[in-house]
Design a binder for this molecule. Structure first.
Ligand code: HEM
Length: 420
């Protein structure tokens, strides 16, 4: 015979039913929302949804995705700072995971892993790569000038970061085509979708990752890719916790590929799109090239190459009047925070001279992007080359935007660069 429910169980049941129906609004003050970054149409054009979040409450909850959403700049920055309560150690995507990787660790483990990679991005290291980056900007802008109506994504935004990473890793020119194919295929491992196509893509990605690993380990064993001017050589020289193994060096190389390529591609593609669609702002930069660093920061704010990342709470987390329960999945919307009307005047306008110093396109706090100076250097070089040679950028068709829920940038952008 069934025992009568105890009052505690009855209470829990009532709370669970209420929770399913209302989300947490019923008892904690968060506003329920249907905003869903996994919806492809929203992911491609999220800005109307961000405006709606800003018009609503301070904390939102999507019951279908069981995700809490922070969208104000101050709240996103506070959550990024509070690694005790809002941790990365259970992953930074929708799917919980744990790994000995800098991005998904906190505390001492994170400091140790961050220190392993940091020597790659010292000022001295960056200065030593400046000429490579400047030369590439000249070559790729040249290609675009000679191909009116060509795709800025294929001709500039993809090859720029990929060839920079290849060059600083010390990959010889003869291997670049293979390296590009393996890198592009293997980074798809991070957006596994449980569909037939997803499985096929993942199989391809795994095969590419195996080829990439074989390539690296063969060359590392032969002493290649460890020159004093390469990223891995530099890391070996500065290794504080004993010598890094070839396997560890390979994982660092993969981390740089995953963290640095598509993000920078999104920044560069977004920049060409913005400048083509805001000719008066482009003219402003041409008239005063000292604006270039500011214009790039504004670009980072305006198109946020990573629109959002997740965190998990490991204690009740208070935001204003709302207490987000321990163990919750939290979406930090960098894209919305960078368009917060309380932080930025007319946030949906691109203003080359805005100087949006507080933006969170590179994150904030302990996990702030390690590759930011490299990404900035690439964008500065491309913009410098554009304004010194190109009088006007015109779009020859509509821009197609990615539909990935987190990484956002143009995937097709036909443009003509005019030189007079
Ligand atoms: C425009 C280009 C880029 C953007 C928008 C970007 C954005 C970000 C963001 C938002 C984070 C913080 C992650 C978090 O808080 O969980 C991050 C971390 C990181 N980024 Fe970038 N990134 C870019 C380029 C690069 C490049 C070029 C590299 C290296 C080649 C790189 C390497 C890293 C690494 C290693 C971390 C992890 C740092 C840590 O967890 O302590 N990024 N990036």
């Amino acid at each position: 015979m069934l025992k009568p429910l105890t009052s505690a169980v009855q209470l829990n049941l009532a709370a669970a039913i209420k929770h399913r129906r209302l989300g947490y609004r019923g008892w904690c003050g968060a506003v329920n929302t249907a905003y869903d970054p996994l919806d492809p149409t929203t992911a491609a054009q999220p800005f109307a949804a961000y405006d709606a979040l800003h018009r609503g409450g301070r904390v939102h909850y999507n019951p279908r995705r069981q995700t809490w959403i922070l969208h104000r700049l101050d709240d996103v920055r506070a959550a990024l700072r509070d690694t005790d309560q809002v941790t990365s150690s259970q992953g930074v995507t929708r799917i919980r995971m744990a790994a000995d990787l800098v991005v998904v660790t906190d505390g001492e483990q994170h400091s140790r892993l961050r220190k392993q990679v940091q020597p790659a991005f010292t000022r001295k290291a960056l200065d030593s790569w400046r000429a490579i980056i400047d030369d590439l900007a000249v070559e790729l802008v040249d290609t675009m000038i000679t191909q009116p109506g060509g795709d800025a994504v294929q001709n500039l935004a993809i090859p720029m970061p990929l060839r920079v990473i290849a060059a600083i890793l010390g990959i010889p020119d003869t291997d670049i085509a293979d390296f590009r194919r393996w890198s592009e295929d293997s980074v798809r491992l991070i957006d596994f979708t449980p569909t037939a196509k997803g499985v096929v893509n993942t199989t391809r990605a795994l095969r590419a990752a195996v080829s990439l690993r074989r390539y690296f380990l063969r060359h590392l064993a032969a002493g290649d890719l460890k020159g004093s001017n390469t990223v891995l050589g530099r890391l070996l020289e500065h290794s504080t916790d004993g010598s890094l193994t070839d396997d560890q060096l390979f994982y660092i190389a993969i981390l740089l590929l995953i963290a640095g390529n598509e993000t920078t591609t999104n920044l560069l593609g977004g920049m060409v799109d913005t400048l083509a669609r805001n000719p008066e702002q482009y003219d402003k930069i041409r008239a005063d090239p000292d604006l270039i660093p500011m214009a790039v920061e504004e670009q980072l704010r305006y198109t946020s190459p990573i629109q959002n990342l997740h965190r998990y709470t490991r204690a009740p987390y208070q935001v204003g009047d709302v207490t987000i329960p321990s163990g919750s999945r939290l979406l930090l919307s960098f894209g919305a925070a960078n368009r917060d009307p309380q932080a930025f005047d007319e946030p949906n306008s691109y203003r080359a001279d805005r100087n949006p110093r507080m933006h969170v396109a590179f994150g904030y706090g302990a996990h702030m992007c390690l590759g930011a100076p490299l990404a900035r250097m690439e964008a500065h070089a491309v913009l410098r080359e554009l304004v010194s040679r190109v009088t006007r950028i015109s779009v020859d068709g509509s821009t197609t935007w990615s539909t990935n829920s987190s990484l956002r940038g143009p995937t097709h952008l036909p443009v003509t660069l005019h030189t007079h």
